[in-house]
Write a protein that binds this ligand. Structure first.
Ligand code: AMP
Ligand code: MG
Length: 410
């Protein structure tokens, strides 16, 4: 039986979308503190060796191996501190007191840590064998001058920016922020803080999308709620297209319910309305407006946030020049609870990944998986990824899980 007729696999949709995206070429130079989450516009080459000079990894004593005679103490001829090197005469048969980070004095073969010494009347006695090079951090052993530290297309985080600070680099050329316009469509939508008329609901999607865009380092242009009215929708699409690189709408993409959305988009650009073989998030639209790319998210809040996460997030990464975007690696664990599923779509249920009493990772369901149950993102910490053709899962069966990234608090 073919469960999949007419439904596009997630991978196909993603490949088609990414193939049509041209990364932004404009760049700006910003101080390190403003670079979190931004993408390097060019290779960053090290102006220095790191460490910049041979230095001590320990508090202790700098020695020359030739001066060491087992059991014989050495007198201390001077001191070297971090930031205050020892420049004096180092007589044969003596050692130099040295602190962590201090440059090792010329001729030093090893640093003996304080814990392997004892004070004697006439100097310091070494209580363990001493090997050449021990406890010396060599110049350039982390990064060599002229080496490419981070290639163009690297997203800068707390893992990268302090490395640049350690190289004395104060600012970086990064790809400019993607400008993304976002609006919600629907006559039933109301702003939080306002009273609800009969049949109205509060707009959830615009906040979800706005927050995710900010976390991804985009410039957000929030155009509010647009009623299901062809005139106003057309004006919103035109305005969004004029000012943004990417236009994101939510709602009205299930064909048949909101035909005028489709009509307007067909008229303005080249938009494909897709039925994706995934759950949540079957209806999804993608295409090109005259001056921007367009993604139409489904109206149901879980579906909107989920399709943003799986499809728009990689699109924005590519647009922003990030060449190494990936979602957290999937892993195989046993289901701790029964999971309801019908065959036909790749299912991304929200799950709770935790260690059981035996210390093994296992996953349990967050409960109701309806595409209106947004709290499942807060209760869960991962997606339970269930293959298209799979049916119900019994407790104890192996399943794949994909931990949430930072967008959902992972
Ligand atoms: P639609 O795709 O416009 O037919 O919407 C599908 C479902 O999602 C309906 O129940 C809508 O009321 C709901 N919905 C649409 N947009 C939003 C939104 N921005 N916030 C919360 N729910 C929404
Ligand atoms: Mg609607």
């Amino acid at each position: 039986m073919d469960f999949t007729a007419g439904l596009m696999p997630l991978e196909t949709a993603l490949t088609q979308m990414l193939a049509s995206i041209t990364p932004l070429s404009e760049q700006e130079t910003l101080p390190l503190l403003s670079c979190f989450g931004r993408v390097t516009a060019a290779d960053i080459v090290s102006p220095l060796n790191v460490p910049g000079f041979d230095n001590s990894a320990m508090d202790g004593y700098a020695v020359r191996l030739a001066d060491l005679v087992a059991g014989t103490p050495l007198p201390v001829a001077g001191k070297a501190f971090a930031g205050q090197p020892f420049h004096g005469e180092w007589p044969a048969g003596s050692c130099i007191r040295i602190m962590t980070g201090a440059p090792v004095p010329a001729g030093c073969d090893a640093v003996v840590m304080q814990e392997e010494t004892e004070q004697a009347d006439n100097g310091v006695r070494f209580t363990a064998s001493v090997k050449a090079n021990q406890n010396i951090r060599r110049s350039g052993e982390d990064i060599t001058q002229g080496a490419t530290v981070f290639a163009a297309g690297t997203r800068l985080t707390v893992a990268e920016l302090p490395v640049l600070a350690s190289l004395g680099i104060a600012s970086v050329a990064v790809v400019r922020k993607a400008r993304v316009a976002v609006f919600s469509t629907g006559d039933e939508l109301q702003l939080p803080g306002q009273p609800l008329a009969e049949g109205q609901i509060y707009d959830t999607n615009r906040l979800a999308v706005h927050l995710m865009l900010e976390q991804l380092g985009c410039e957000v242009i929030n155009l509010g709620i647009i009623p299901d009215d062809p005139q106003q929708l057309r004006a919103a699409f035109l305005e969004a297209n004029r000012i943004a690189d990417v236009v994101l709408s939510s709602g009205g993409v299930s064909v048949g319910e909101a035909d005028y959305t489709k009509t307007i988009l067909d008229e303005l650009g080249e938009i494909g309305f897709w039925k994706l073989a995934i759950k949540p998030g079957k209806p999804f639209a993608f295409g090109k407006l005259p001056d921007s790319w367009f993604c139409g998210l489904p109206g149901n809040p879980v579906s909107a946030a989920f399709t943003f996460y799986q499809l728009v997030q990689p699109l924005l990464a590519k647009l922003s020049g990030n060449t190494a975007h990936s979602l957290p690696a999937r892993q195989r664990v046993r289901a701790a609870t029964r999971l309801k599923k019908s065959p036909g779509r790749l299912d991304f249920q929200r799950g709770i990944l935790a260690r059981n009493a035996d210390g093994d990772l296992e996953v349990s369901t967050t409960g109701h998986q309806g595409s209106h149950i947004f709290s499942s993102f807060s209760q869960g910490n991962c997606f339970i990824v269930l293959e298209r053709e799979r049916g119900n899962v019994e407790a104890g069966e192996w399943v794949e899980v994909e931990p949430f990234n930072a967008l959902f608090g992972g």
